[in-house]
Design a binder for this molecule. Structure first.
Ligand code: NI
Length: 169
């Protein structure tokens, strides 16, 4: 399970619309295993394939209950078919350096997807789990959580990022 490099904003692959998966083979399983390893290594609670430079509709979401557990769910071709309630909570993203901000999301969502074998999945998700899925599905559409911030907050972040990138040079 080799770790993959996490691509960061403003790389264009993060803006790409991810293509659906049609072939459920060993290569897909390897990709998912690498994504999970990369997510836990970061550490993060969700990862979309765009974030490792692969614009395909694959996400992994942490489902661990205990601290040292590494239990996750894989969602292939996920679709959020319904949402209800609105909650505001803090979000960050492995692809968006040094940015944490409050984002409004549905509190409860209905999700359809496929598992890594291609079997259909259909379930409701709430609260933190629902938030992570909405964040990851956004990635597959080329949307980042900073797109959901106010213009002012986004402008401030862009300014901050410019500074961060200059300091890294
Ligand atoms: Ni993210």
């Amino acid at each position: 399970m080799p770790l993959r490099t996490i691509i960061t904003y403003p790389h264009p692959v993060l803006r790409q619309e991810a293509e659906p998966i049609t072939i459920f083979d060993q290569e897909l399983k390897n990709l998912v295993a690498d994504m999970a390893a990369t997510m836990y290594h970061a550490p993060g609670v969700g990862l979309a394939a765009n974030q490792i430079g692969i614009a395909r509709q694959v996400v992994v979401v942490d489902r661990s209950v205990a601290k040292n557990e590494h239990t996750y769910i894989t969602l292939i071709n996920p679709v959020i078919s319904a949402g209800e309630g609105r909650v505001v909570d803090e979000e960050g993203c492995l692809s968006v350096a040094e940015c944490y901000s409050k984002v409004e999301r549905f509190r409860k969502i209905h999700v359809t997807a496929q598992d890594v074998e291609g079997n259909p999945l259909e379930f409701d998700a709430e609260d933190r789990y629902a938030r992570i899925i909405q964040h990851e599905v956004d990635h597959l559409r080329g949307t980042l959580f900073i797109d959901r911030l106010s213009l002012l907050k986004r402008a401030l972040y862009k300014k901050k990022l410019k500074k961060i990138l200059q300091e890294r040079e």
